[in-house]
Design a protein. Structure first.
Lengths: 314, 554
């Protein structure tokens, strides 16, 4: 029971130290104010206790003091606000380059897909020193992907994609917890993040069988589900050409513009009628119920690859 | 808790609200705000005990890392029922329903609340709501957590969500009615001369609380109805599989539930203001500022709900805005703490039980408030959100703050309510036990949270055990601490020394009437000529402790 005991969690990501710095600053602020108040309570209690026989002195208040003790806390909280907002901004802004991993949560397990086609359940191997970007969704209720050692956490919500990224700085095995209550076995929806030296990571990849990688798998689906009949460039163009589109603005028939991102692609596949691209008809059928969350992620990976140049459309 | 019988020992005593009538009907159909306050006291004590028992079971399970005492399903139901009973059936009504009901009219020199029948109705509504939820528990329980997050609650949970939610829905109306009643009473029934800025801060706090009750509670009621509609009829509101939006629920839920936190704490702050002034025999420091800060909290409290959703998928910019606003709401609370502390300066301080609770409150609430800043700090919240850090934080505010204030208030006003003194030494021992037990229970949870232990975990990794054992040890002390007052307060109803009308030498109209008060509170409508807390013009109580109070009992 005492073996692994500690008061402070391991810090194993690029942001962990920055979060800890704010935390420790706040701990000092807390100790200072609790100390101040307790000391005042104690000193007043002793000096002005009844029985010492002096009459209480009536003071109504003091505007100067009120201003002072509003202003000082105000300055402190504004400072902490700015500092923590900056770190938060960096934690939440996903870098453009990184190893992309797909995560699907479901009661009560985590399914993870590497860009190489390796799949894992309740564990994720990652290389040290490289940004890892997780695109996450849930098949049922809300879960939450939480790695205390990295100080990162993000809800995993059904019906949409959320993203989370981290860059591990220390090799080792770290807890992965589901932090959003999700039903009976919530506390068993746990796993581990294994951080390896890049070489060891390559070795791990080589030593484990890989399935089709998400882009390849997506391409196969794109053909089998007959997306290509409408979307392949030059085929009479019943649907928009998808090449080079990811990340760009899309103009809709009603004049709105939308960013072509994961959530937009997902919605196009499941609810094509919700946005109609300018210049096109409402031809696309819904694939609701025909594709699993994993498959949608693969389709998106493929559509994305059409823009990053990893794969050229035929 | 029952009261009759207390009166038989004192047949010679003048008529009061307790001995005016004895029949059961005279209690259950009473329109006297004081009796209704006691009815609430009985109901609240029952639900608090129930919620407390669930807490004991939770702490027992967490003694070991393996989930070995209960099934996961049972454990989840335990923490859900603990949360629901404590939040909706104890903390929310607690001080307003018992002390507010009893003392608000007395403090403003009124004969009753503005709408006595509505007042009785709100007690019945509260009880019916409570019984519905109790039914949900007996029928098999609910396992959604008190937060009822969708789509788990609206689609996936197979427990008695609707019955429990309906109970909460119903009891919400009791809150609304109480709020309306208090607001009307404060506006229209103040004694001659009692201007707004002569009102005791207890009254100000209840005014601010009532505003939140009236404005906020309908939102939770609607939210609950929407969950029920989705669950019963499969209409897609929150479930994305049916085109709904699960995050919408969180917005609605916290739009009410964050202000609700202030429904729970503001009345406690009101009680603390009364006690601090009385036991240091001083005018409260910064009266106007304390009064206005209650209103500021009530208003700002409605603008910060998004701080519960920093990692929910809400946009970065929304997160930043909510963080800023949450930082600001800390300031009025800080101001109050400083003012209470300053009130002690050059006072003439006495340390009876109510004052011990008050000193405990100030310290623990300060910790609770400051750890709130951690949670408002975006980057830190990302790490500690939904961990034990949160659990510790809100227990510091709710138990360390609110429950301490409730107990302090109960001890302070007990002599007035029943005309009898509680046993002082025993009460002090209990207060110290509660303080020590409380800290031992919840302080380790801050550490656990920063280490990363998620809340609502039935089983947990081994390295968290040491701190969990400490916490459970603390909880046993805390449990005993709570059991003591339940025992000696009941005892004091029959055997307590007569209290006299004003054992603490307190200012305020409530202390000028008889103890226990007569049914219509005052024989003559009092006329107010001074500010609240005019302790300079008031004679201090003759004895140092109410145990030697023979002199005063007139
Ligand atoms: C019957 C023809 C048809 C099929 C089959 C089809 N689509 Fe479409 N798709 C369209 C049309 C037409 C549009 C543009 C109108 C709209 O927005 O609904 C479109 C729009 C889209 C868009 C948005 C593109 C943009 O430019 O904004 C995406 C992404 C998409 N489809 C993906 C797919 C995928 C993936 C499949 C296969 C699973 C598929 N489509 C199958 C006709 C089709
Ligand atoms: Cu979970
Ligand atoms: Cu809140």
């Amino acid at each position: 029971m005492f073996e692994d005991f500690s008061f402070f969690p391991e810090a194993a990501s690029t942001v962990a130290g920055r979060v800890d710095a704010i935390y420790l600053f706040l701990v000092v602020v807390t100790i200072f104010f609790v100390g101040l108040i307790s000391a005042a309570l104690l000193i007043f209690s002793v000096r002005y206790r009844r029985g010492r026989g002096h009459a209480p002195e009536q003071v109504h208040g003091s505007i100067a003091l009120e201003i002072l003790w509003s202003a000082i806390p105000l300055l402190i909280v504004l400072f902490v606000f700015g500092w923590s907002a900056k770190v938060f901004f960096d934690v939440r802004t996903v870098p453009t380059e990184g190893m992309e991993v797909f995560v699907t949560g479901k009661q009560w397990m985590w399914k993870l897909q590497h860009p190489t086609g390796h799949r894992e359940i309740n564990s994720l191997h990652v290389p040290k020193g490289q940004a890892v970007i997780l695109t996450m969704t849930s098949e049922d209720v809300i879960h939450d992907f939480y790695v205390p050692a990295f100080r990162v956490k993000q809800d995993v919500v059904p019906g949409m994609y959320s993203q989370l990224w981290f860059e591990a700085t220390k090799t080792g095995t770290y807890h992965l917890f589901c932090a959003e209550y999700c039903g009976t076995k919530h506390s068993q929806m746990i796993g581990e993040i294994v951080v390896l030296e890049p070489a060891a990571y390559e070795a791990w990849l080589a030593g484990n069988p890989a399935g089709r990688n998400p882009v390849e798998a997506g391409k196969v689906l794109f053909e089998n589900l007959r997306c290509a009949t409408c979307h392949a460039a030059g085929s009479g163009q019943r649907g928009p050409d998808l090449a080079g589109r990811f990340g760009e603005q899309v103009r809709m028939r009603d004049g709105q513009t939308v960013i072509f991102d994961e959530n937009y692609a997902r919605q196009s596949i499941l609810e094509p009628k919700s946005h109609i691209v300018a210049g096109f008809e409402e031809l696309m059928p819904t694939y609701e119920g025909q594709v699993s969350e994993d498959e949608i992620l693969q389709l998106i990976a493929y559509i994305k690859s059409l823009s990053t140049g990893d794969e050229e459309p035929k | 808790m029952s009261v009759p019988g207390a009166a038989t020992a004192r047949t010679a005593e003048p008529s009061n609200y307790l001995n005016a009538e004895y029949s059961i009907k005279s209690w259950f159909l009473t329109l006297d705000h004081k009796r209704i306050g006691l009815l609430y006291l009985a109901g609240l004590t029952f639900f608090f005990t129930l919620g407390g028992l669930f807490a004991v079971l939770i702490r027992l399970e967490l003694l070991t890392p393996e989930g070995d005492l209960f099934q996961s399903e049972t454990y989840n139901k335990l923490f859900t029922m603990h949360g629901i009973f404590m939040v909706f059936f104890f903390l929310l009504p607690s001080i307003p329903a018992v002390l507010g009901n009893f003392f608000l009219p007395l403090m403003i020199g009124a004969r009753d609340l503005a709408f006595p029948k509505l007042n009785l109705l709100s007690w019945y509504i509260y009880m019916v709501g409570g019984l519905f939820t109790l039914y949900a528990m007996v029928a098999g329980g609910v396992d959604t957590g008190w937060t009822f997050y969708t789509p788990y609650s609206s689609v996936y949970a197979n427990s008695h969500v609707i019955a429990a939610a309906l109970g909460i829905f119903i009891s919400g109306f009791s809150s609304i009615l109480t709020g309306v009643n208090f607001i009307a009473t404060i506006h229209t029934m103040r004694a001659p001369g009692l201007t707004w800025f002569r009102m005791p801060l207890f009254v100000w706090a209840h005014y601010a609380t009532s505003l939140i009750m009236v404005l906020g509670t309908p939102v939770i009621a609607i939210t609950i109805v929407l969950v029920a509609i989705e669950r019963l009829f499969g209409v897609g509101i929150f479930d994305p599989a049916k085109g709904g939006d699960p995050i919408l629920f969180q917005h609605l839920f916290w739009f009410y539930s964050h202000p609700a936190v202030y429904i729970m704490i503001l009345p406690g702050m009101g009680v603390i203001s009364e006690i601090v002034a009385c036991f240091s025999r001083k005018r409260i420091f910064g009266y106007h500022i304390i009064a206005m800060s209650s209103l500021a909290i009530a208003v700002l409290g409605f603008l910060v709900w998004g701080h519960h959703m920093f990692v929910s998928g809400q946009s970065i910019y929304a997160g930043i805005l909510f963080s800023l606003l949450s930082m600001l709401v800390a300031i009025p609370s800080a101001i109050k703490v400083f003012n209470w502390t300053a009130t002690l300066y050059r006072g003439s301080i006495r340390f009876d039980t109510p004052m011990l609770y008050t000193l405990g409150f100030i310290g623990l609430f300060t910790i609770g408030g400051l750890t709130g800043i951690f949670l408002a700090s975006l980057a830190v919240d990302v790490h500690v959100h939904d961990t034990y850090f949160i659990v510790a934080h809100f227990h510091y505010v709710m138990v360390g703050g609110m429950v301490m204030a409730y107990l302090g208030g109960l001890h302070f006003y007990w002599p007035k309510m029943f005309g009898r003194l509680y046993p002082e030494t025993l009460a002090k021992i209990a207060a110290v036990m509660i303080f020590v037990g409380f800290n031992l229970t919840f302080f380790p949870q801050f550490l656990l949270g920063y280490l990363g232990m998620p809340r609502r975990y039935h089983a947990y990794p081994e390295e968290f055990q040491v701190l969990n054992v400490l916490s459970t040890a603390g909880a046993s002390i805390l449990g005993l601490g709570f059991a003591l007052p339940m025992g000696y307060l009941i005892w004091s109803l029959f055997r307590g020394k007569p209290a006299g009308n004003n054992p603490w030498g307190a200012s305020g109209l409530e202390w000028q009437t008889q103890s226990p008060p007569i049914s219509h509170n005052f024989d003559e409508v009092p006329i107010v000529t001074e500010e609240a807390y005019a302790y300079d013009t008031l004679r201090p109580p003759a004895a140092a402790s109410p145990e030697q109070e023979e002199v005063l009992h007139v």
